[in-house]
Write a protein that binds this ligand. Structure first.
Ligand SMILES: [Mg+2]
Length: 313
């Protein structure tokens, strides 16, 4: 069987990212349990139930997609670990250990790879996550793909993407938009302490990290029967970011979560400011029942396409 399809309709790009993930689920069948134990959340959750659940996540950096010559190899290495740390943060977990699989063209400069691993080492020390192994493979065509697999653990509750209800407030940390233009996509700090803090609060119902843009990602935080009602004026935008950029750019690596309607939101926000005085927290809207009429200035996320891997060309 040939690897590359001749006709465009037989290509993976015709499925789009969502379609490809759905197909992979089908092909795996019973081999893939339902989330959060299988595909579909920021991390997979496994291990004995009880106090210490294990978390598992994997994310690559691909030269030409996530990094290029404008990003120093040290920042590229640091980004590789950090984007995985962001997924552990999204479950309220703490990172434990990582392995790195490297596939690269033999012509890649030794100095480049050296700096890349120094970047990984810097974040590894900063977050006390040892790099405990890896693998190397050859890749032709001047390409480089580094894939990091991260194991974490959740000391208490595992916060998943599921569980939001109508009336819950929607909050986001930090600022959104223009991540690539401003270098935020490699300079960001994963919200590990904040994720753990949020997981300890029972009024926080569901959480995820923002990687593909709020407009696309927020759908994963909604439960059946509810939809996000977001106010454009409330979105915390990075300087110069348009509404579209704040919703669609992706690579924000911020946390978005829902807070129970019954919670004392004022007290919650005050506690946040006390714990994290330098990290902005913004209530950007709420979840409402699907049948509810939409507000006049409400954002319709479907009107804004987030980042779609394998976007059909
Ligand atoms: Mg994620």
């Amino acid at each position: 069987m040939r690897l590359l399809a001749k006709s465009s309709r037989d290509r993976v790009s015709s499925l789009g990212e969502t379609g490809l993930i759905a197909a992979i689920r089908r092909w795996l069948g019973g081999a893939s349990p339902a989330p959060p134990f299988g595909i579909g959340d920021d991390c997979a959750v496994f291990g004995a139930s009880g106090r210490r659940r294990q978390l598992l996540t994997v994310d690559p950096v691909v030269y030409g997609v996530h990094i290029d010559d404008r990003v120093s190899p040290r920042e590229a290495g640091s980004k590789l670990l950090k984007r995985n740390l962001s997924d552990v943060a999204a479950m309220g977990g703490r990172p434990r250990a990582a392995v790195v699989a490297l596939a690269l063209d033999g012509r890649v400069a030794v100095d480049w790879i050296g700096e890349f691993y120094r970047g990984i080492a810097r974040e590894s020390r900063r977050h006390a996550v040892p790099i405990v192994g890896g693998d190397i493979a050859t890749l032709p065509g001047g390409a480089l793909v580094a894939t990091l697999t991260l194991v974490g653990e959740a000391p208490g509750r595992v916060l998943t993407r599921k569980g939001s209800r109508a009336g819950d407030g929607i909050y986001v940390t930090g600022l959104l938009g223009r991540s690539l233009q401003t270098g935020h996509h490699h300079r960001f700090q994963p919200r590990l302490a904040q994720g753990q803090w949020l997981a300890r609060r029972s009024a926080v119902r569901a959480m995820m990290d923002l990687s593909d843009g709020l407009a696309k990602d927020i759908g994963a935080l909604a439960s059946p029967g509810i939809r996000p009602c977001l106010s454009p004026s409330l979105l915390p935008r990075r300087a110069g970011a348009t509404l579209r950029e704040a919703l669609c750019d992706g690579e924000d690596y911020e946390l978005v979560f829902s807070l129970s309607a019954g919670a004392d939101a004022g007290a919650f926000e005050r506690n946040w400011r006390r714990a994290f005085p330098r990290i902005r927290l913004t209530r950007i809207g709420s979840f409402v029942a699907r049948g509810n009429p939409s507000a006049p200035d409400e954002i319709d996320p479907d009107q804004y396409l987030g980042y779609e891997h394998f976007k059909s060309t």
